[in-house]
Structures are given as structure tokens and as C-alpha cells.
Design a protein around this ligand. Sequence first.
Ligand SMILES: *Cc1c(COP(=O)(O)O)cnc(C)c1O
Length: 397
Amino acid sequence: MPGFEIFGAEERKQVNDVLETGVLMRYGFDGMRNNHWKAKEFENAFAKRMGAEYCQLLSSGTASLTVALASAGIGAGDEVIMPTFTFVASFESILALGAIPILVDIDDTLTLDPKAVQEAITPKTKCVMPVHMCGSMADLRALKAICDIHNLILLEDACQAIGGTYEGKPLGSYGDLGCFSFDYVKTITCGEGGAVITNKAKFAQHADHYQDHGHDHIGNDRGAENHPFLGYNFRISELNAAVGLAQLEKLDGILKTQKENYTVLRKALESIEGVTFRRVPEGGEENYSFLNFFLPNEELTKKAHKALSDASVDACFYWYTNNWHYINGWEHLRNLKSLGNLSSEVRNQMQDLNKTDFSKSDAIMGRTISSLVKIGWTEKQVKDRAEAMKNAIASVV
Ligand SMILES: *Cc1c(COP(=O)(O)O)cnc(C)c1O
């Protein structure tokens, strides 16, 4: 995920606009800022690119999940269904609001299994949070049908799949709310940053107020503004927003290069018997930030992963034993280790994650390897990598 691969003159120019005025904040100081409103400009451009009515820029992707949930009125004791394969930010954002993360199995899309979602619904369920991991999406049509029947919020975490589409719509714009991260290792970066998109005016207004201490942003005297409800500070700085503005211009070029490089790698692996690929739901197009593939069983997958590493093929991930992306690595969540006391709702309603059966997820994650797709590779480097991956994997299957 290559935002950091392409930091250049365009980013410096945008940041310099801000440095020259010294107005590092996104709100106020109208007279001093020489008409630079980088955060505002980014929001307008991003909403347009993502086919959404509204965009709220934030300090991180985790903040975007928190703000999205809060904007939809989710709070203490509400259950949010999330997958076993994701980044820790999913349950962090849910727990931050006193809501309850309910973990359910994934399927061969590497995202939420709609059947598992259906089975996890209780009278306390308020939201379904699919996470479009490693460049591709959940079966959004099936999930939306479930949400419609049970009157649930569909919140897409598109942090790892920006620019992918489903039924022609940019990922993040299909559900009620869509979340993005612009941290330093994402497809485009602000250094740190995130965004929520939505077509619902109410959610957009809630997000706008909530991320800035409840400020209603009416008038032009910040100190005199009102606070219709409690908020927090999840604001992005004008400097970070400026970086993102330059990066957003480069998104379509990044996606094009990713697709080219992905295709070379994929063609090479397709020739190996025993290697299969992550299922992309019908009507979906990946953003090609990763090539995700399966081996026949866990043992062979571990061997293949080691063979790749022995062949010095970098950036191939075996998430099954990784500390940050799969339930196996979340000992702190399973045992609810927190600095202070968790709320009684969380303590009473959490699944016992040490006892919950996630064998369906294990059966998939144990066989999954993901190769990052970089955009800085030369044509020769991509070809050499494809050959090295093919040889390493073929040597074990
Ligand atoms: C990166 C990421 C986040 C969190 O983003 P930060 O900006 O690092 O807080 C959330 N969800 C997923 C799937 C991510 O990959």
C-alpha cells in the first residue's frame, strides 16, 4: 500500500501552502490563512471521488470508525458484528464507545460470512461492520439484505480497499457509512488521517460536530459556537490534510499500476497446481493492493511462507500467526486486558472469545498468504518476483 512510495513535489507544494501561512488548524483564522482550506478541499474532492454526498476528514482510520459509529447513535451495550480477520482498530473503536464487538467467522472472500452474520443477530444488534481486507470486499449485497430486514446500520471499513468497487460503486459508498484510513502504510496517506463518507445528512452533521468537541460550526466565532451534544477531538491537522490532497490526485494512477503488477504475479501463480485465489464477490473489483491466495492445507501454507522468505521474497504475509490481524493474535481482547475497568455492559455481554468456535475462520486463514503489491517495482522487478514466488511455492506443493 504505497502512499509512502510516492511522496514528492506535489505533497511538498501542498504542505508549503500551509507552512507559509502558519495556520496549522482546519478551522478559523480566516484572515491569516491566505484562503487555504486543505481539509475542507480534501473533503469535497474525496466525497466526489467516492460518489458520496458527504465526507468528514479525521485524525486516523480508527477515529473514522469511532466517529462513524457515534454518528449512527451507537453506544453502550449496542452490539456491532465484526469479522475475526481485520485490524485491531475494529474492536478498539467499538469498545471506545462502550459498545460490544461480536466476532463472527469469515469465508473465502476473507471478509464477513453473511451466514455467520445472520446467526449472530440478537435484539441488541445495531450495526454490521464488514472489513474489506487486503484490497477486496465483502458480499455487500447479501449483508445489505440482512441489514434491511433487521433494521441495522451497514458500516464498511474500506481502509484497505480504497478505490475498489462493488456493483460499480466505490467501496465505502454502498453502506450507510464508509470508513477510510490515510495512515502511513495505506494506499494513499496523510501521514496520519482518516475519513468517513455517507449519503445521510444527519450522520454527516453528527460526524462534523462529534469530531470537534460537539461544535455546531455555526457562525464564525468558534468560542461562541454551541454544542448540541457531547463530542470529542478527532480533528485532522491542516498539514496532514494538505499531504492527502496531493495524494488523492495520484490515486487513480496508483490503482492502475497496482492492477498491472498484480496481474503479472497472479498469472505466475495460476500455473501452480494447488494454488487458488481469494473469492471476489460477483460485481466486485479489487483495488489490487494485495494478491491473496490459498494453499491446500495449513502445513503446506506454512512451508510455502517459509520458502518465500528463504527465497528473499519480501512483503508476503501469513496473517494466521500475525499479532495484529487475526483473533489468534488478540490475547489482550480474548482476556479483556484493559488499563482501567471496562464498563459493565462490555463485561456482561462480550462473547467468551477463549471458548468461541472459530474453526471455519481458522480453516481459511491457516491456508492464506497475501503478497503486498508495490507500485515502485520496475517491470523487471515484478517479473523476477513473480518467478521467485512461483518457484518457491512450487517447491513445496
Ligand atoms: C489501518 C486500518 C485501520 C485503522 O487506521 P489507522 O489510520 O491506522 O487508525 C482500520 N481498519 C483497517 C482494516 C485498517 O487496515
